[in-house]
Write a protein that binds this ligand. Structure first.
Ligand SMILES: N[C@@H](CCC(=O)N[C@@H](CS)C(=O)NCC(=O)O)C(=O)O
Length: 329
């Protein structure tokens, strides 16, 4: 069934972020639209204006022409095929058999695919280009927006999709706690293994040197590693010895494995937004080839490996990195 949606009005709850203020109408197929009573259940985060003054952000001229090969168009799976806002997702390049190398990229892409929202993926490895200096970010109707939690909240309202519809307050609270654990603590462990641990650092150095001119690649790696060390020291994790860091990371993984037990998903019998988040943070470690200690542990726990494989299959159809690269060519 098709339904005309009310046009966006500035300040309305459903309004995403369009700064154009146009009275455009969007058509959606209503099959997955949230029922009126379920709307607004998701935590509401006020939209932020993040667009740059005209002329400063050379989005089309730089991001697109510069990395035209890095554009993948993903059609929604049947939910919205009509006139939809132009939605571009800026992520790191694909790696490790995944459609993007960043955990928060994977979270957002998984959520979008589960929600059936069509988008265009643009590879952009330079986080400084994002509105918050972090990957990923989106561009929708000309407005750039960072932070996956805010993006998901806004897109959910804009497209009337709530993957967490029907969850009890307790399920939401539990999902929230797991998401925060992995995004705020486990993420630090992931970053430490990727850029500070010798095995991760060696991989990243080689990878950057292969992508960039010789001296530049080495320089970028050195700057990135130094910045990450400082960030992780400020946040606390890098003040510990490698052994303590390993134990802290493994503790998150073991707790999750015990909690999951035979459950296919975190808090429901279907994938929710919380699964998208936890999957995003675990997936790089499951599939990257480096033998860093926590990644090795993640891969060795059958419950976790099966959970991540299940989510990957469901969200990305089990495609390998060559498929993602080929789609972008
Ligand atoms: N809370 C943010 C976190 C994003 C984030 O931390 N992205 C990392 C990559 S995984 C990043 O861009 N780091 C670059 C930096 O901190 O300089 C979100 O949900 O999007």
């Amino acid at each position: 069934m098709l339904a005309w949606r009310t046009p966006w009005k500035p300040g309305s709850a459903r309004s995403p972020s369009s700064l154009t203020g146009s009275r455009r109408r969007y058509r959606t197929s209503g099959c997955r639209a949230a029922s009126p009573c379920s709307r607004g259940q998701a935590a509401s985060i006020p939209p932020e204006r993040t667009s740059e003054p005209e002329g400063i952000w050379p989005l089309r001229s730089t991001a697109c022409t510069g990395i035209r090969q890095g554009v993948v168009r993903c059609r929604g799976r049947g939910v919205r095929a009509m006139s939809t806002p132009a939605l571009r997702i800026f992520t790191f390049s694909p790696d490790w058999g995944l459609p993007a190398g960043g955990p928060f990229d994977l979270k957002l892409l998984a959520w979008l695919n589960l929600a059936g929202i069509p988008y265009e993926q643009v590879f952009q490895d330079d986080t400084r280009k994002g509105p918050k200096g972090k990957n990923p970010w989106i561009d929708m109707d000309g407005e750039r927006l960072g932070d996956t939690e805010i993006i998901i909240d806004l897109l959910g309202k804009r497209f009337d999709v709530d993957l967490d519809r029907g969850l009890t307050p307790e399920q939401r609270a539990l999902g929230h706690a797991w998401r925060r654990t992995f995004e705020e603590h486990f993420h630090q462990v992931l970053e430490w293994e990727l850029l500070v641990h010798p095995a991760g650092a060696a991989y990243m150095k080689t990878s950057l040197e292969a992508k960039m001119p010789p001296v530049i690649g080495t320089l970028v790696f050195t700057m990135l590693r130094s910045r990450m060390r400082k960030q992780l020291h400020a946040r606390g994790l890098a003040r510990h010895s490698p052994e303590i860091i390993r134990m802290k990371g493994c503790a998150d993984v073991d707790a999750l494995a015990i909690f999951l037990g035979d459950r296919p998903y975190l808090v429901a019998d279907r994938a929710t937004s919380f699964d998208a988040a936890v999957f995003g943070l675990l997936a790089p470690m499951v599939y990257w080839p480096m033998d860093t200690p926590v990644a090795q542990h993640v891969r060795s726990v059958p419950t976790i490996k099966a959970y991540v494989d299940r989510m990957k299959q469901q969200c990305f159809g089990g495609r390998g990195v060559s498929a993602f690269r080929a789609a972008a060519a």
